[in-house]
Design a protein around this ligand. Structure first.
Ligand code: ADP
Length: 357
């Protein structure tokens, strides 16, 4: 359906510096494929999506869609964009139109649908994304997750052959990520061809038929989710998919800034969609630092999150001791009740208590 060969894109900044987010991209995308594009920031993922529908015309290379070269000047861009829906991070709804008007606008104007037909179909689509009850409101009264579901319905109303999603959940409050991902999951089940730039690793692994790992302007490794996430071949892919996010505090004395730790835990949990774990993490840190281990200083406190496995843990580590510093008895009971598990183990330089959240 889409064949991309030797695609490159170069931007020249006003100060004359040149950047090339796409260096040499080659791939073939078949009908019905769900491809997640993952990789570090700034490696050209968004630029690739925008090049595919010619929002960002490539500097060189070819994009063949349904047998026609869309990079050759003569290809009508309006036709291309009807084939390819795009859903943006920032929704891009018309704020002065109601939800329903947002959806019927393009089908009436570009597909020449009657208002009645367009409204009927729009209501079906709104039902599909769980937004039928909001048909007559303006986007400003919707949450981010609701806006994004409307944006997906708007894209579907044009009967695209493929939908390009550019980080569809990055601008959302963590509590709303799930509702948008479940709509995309549903489309995948129905066989919609989709390219999705995402940082949601577990979603990418679950929903995709294929993964493109982009690095430094090329598709550095591609394969099934199983290949890329469980058996990556190249070292940069391995490092990326297995990365663990960390937040570390060295607590040297009792004159530490507990508020700063609390704020840090909150920010970390929001950033990695763990908002529901923030309070528990904070409570456990408080009980450990003040209740169970008031004298164990220096102490290293670490909050870790492995994105792919979803494992989140609090580590309390001290050097130079071989035995668990925890008091005997049931002092740990209240932490046990909050945690998924506790592991007490010696390390090379001391001892670690790992509390799984
Ligand atoms: P990713 O989606 O992988 O994070 P992008 O494709 O957004 O990466 O960007 C890749 C690089 O290209 C970045 O350094 C970005 O600043 C640059 N870039 C993207 N769009 C433009 C533009 N319109 N003008 C100049 N530089 C751009």
């Amino acid at each position: 359906m889409i064949q991309i060969s030797h695609l490159s894109k170069t931007f020249t900044n006003p100060d004359g510096t040149v950047i090339s987010p796409l260096k040499d991209v080659n791939c073939t995308i078949e009908k019905g494929e769900v491809i997640s594009i993952i990789g570090p920031s700034g490696t050209g993922k968004s630029t690739l999506l925008r090049a595919i529908n010619m929002l960002e015309p490539p500097t060189s290379g070819q994009i063949i869609v349904d047998g026609k070269d869309v990079t050759a000047g003569a290809y009508p861009l309006d036709k291309l964009r009807m084939k390819m829906g795009m859903v943006f991070q920032s929704f891009n709804l018309f704020e002065h139109k109601t939800v329903l008007e947002n959806i019927i606008y393009a089908p009436m104007k570009l597909l020449k649908r009657s208002r009645e037909e367009a409204v009927e179909e729009a209501m079906e689509l709104l039902k599909k994304v769980g937004m039928a009850q909001k048909a007559d409101v303006y986007p400003s009264s919707l949450s981010g997750g609701q806006k994004q579901r409307v944006a997906i319905a708007r894209s579907l109303a044009m009967h695209p052959e493929v939908i390009l999603f550019d980080e569809p959940t990055s601008a959302l409050d963590p509590t709303m990520v799930g509702e948008v991902l479940s709509v995309i999951r549903q489309l995948a089940k129905e066989g919609m061809t989709m390219l999705i730039v995402t940082h949601e690793m577990r979603f990418a692994r679950d929903v995709s038929t294929r993964i493109f790992f982009m690095n430094e302007g090329v598709i550095y490794e591609d394969g099934t989710p199983e290949q890329i996430f469980s058996h990556p071949v190249r070292s940069a892919t391995k490092a990326f998919v297995n990365r663990i996010q960390k937040l570390v505090y060295e607590i040297d004395s009792n004159a530490f800034d507990f508020l700063q730790i609390r704020t840090g835990i909150n920010r970390f949990c929001i950033k990695y969609n763990l908002a529901e774990k923030a309070d528990v993490a904070y409570e456990i840190v408080k009980e450990m630092l003040f209740g169970l281990l008031p004298d164990l200083r220096p102490l290293t406190l670490r909050l870790t999150h492995a994105e792919l496995s979803g494992e989140t843990a609090l580590d309390f580590m001290a050097e130079g001791i071989k035995e668990s510093p925890l008091p005997d008895g049931n002092a740990l009971a209240s932490i046990r009740a909050k945690a998924k598990g506790i592991v007490e183990e010696p390390t090379v330089r001391g001892f670690r208590i790992k509390v799984l959240l």
